[in-house]
Design a protein around this ligand. Structure first.
Ligand code: PXP
Length: 243
């Protein structure tokens, strides 16, 4: 097993800025190509039910133009399954989605949604799309992912990112324990949400974590140092933490 920690760059919020004015710029596909050239190992995009940022056309263009793997974040719906099967991205990450939320709040209830998720996971796997489930760092959810046959889980780091001091240390321990439990059961571990240069280190240092997906902070930081510079600096922060 290689120790390279992959960086998936999420470009959703390049599209948020574009859509704020209904203009054709900034182009998320251009950002994806810049990120790949700067060292991103993959590109992540969330096609939301309300198309508030990434659009169907963005997914079509990313599928055609990217030279690094595309990770499609999607809700567990028949519409999104059909889109995934049409474009066949390298990976699909199933996320919970609520229309009124600002961002993906909390992980997927893989345990409670077993019957809804089982056929979806099966169809994606049959199409050779690597399936991951975006879950809280919680043993019950990992056991549900095992029952579903998910090859990958992405652990939600949102709570960790919001906390400070002892509560953050507790949440980091939950993430590390969840990563160890998943890996022990043969599940590849990813993590993401709310990660920045300042808080990425302890997550990157969890040995079982193979990939981080990071977006919002990088798009903001790009205003000051460019998207290329922001991706490179995140890569350096991850590598430094990994030792
Ligand atoms: N991973 C998943 C599954 C997500 O839904 C998101 C947010 O779209 C991210 C990672 C990236 O989070 P952020 O934009 O806060 O870096």
């Amino acid at each position: 097993m290689t120790d390279h920690l992959r960086l998936g760059v999420n470009i959703d919020h390049v599209a948020t800025v574009r859509n704020a004015r209904g203009a054709g710029y900034p182009d998320p596909v251009r950002a994806a190509l810049v990120a790949a050239a700067a060292g991103a190992d993959g590109i992540t995009a969330h096609l939301r039910e309300d198309r508030r940022h990434i659009t169907d056309d963005d997914i079509a263009r990313l599928s055609a133009e990217l030279t690094v793997p595309l990770n499609l974040e999607m809700a567990a719906t028949d519409e999104m399954l059909a889109i995934a099967l049409r474009h066949r991205p390298h990976a699909a990450c199933i996320v919970p989605e609520k229309r009124e939320e600002i961002t993906t709040e909390g992980g997927l209830d893989a345990a409670g949604l077993h019957n809804r998720l089982a056929p979806l996971v099966g169809e994606l796997k049959a199409a050779h799309i690597r399936v991951s489930l975006f879950i809280e760092p919680d043993a019950r959810q990992i056991e549900a992912a095992i029952r579903l046959g998910a090859p990958v889980v992405e652990l939600h780091t949102g709570r960790y990112a919001e906390l400070d001091g002892a509560p953050r240390a507790d949440e980091l321990r939950r993430l590390a324990d969840a990563a160890a439990l998943a890996a022990k059961n043969g599940i590849e571990v990813h993590a993401g949400h709310g990660l920045t240069y300042d808080n990425v280190g302890p997550i990157a240092a969890i040995p079982q974590v193979r990939e981080l997906n990071i977006g919002h902070f990088l798009v903001g930081e790009a205003l000051f140092v460019g998207f290329d510079g922001a991706v490179r600096q995140m890569r350096d922060a991850m590598d430094a933490a990994r030792g």
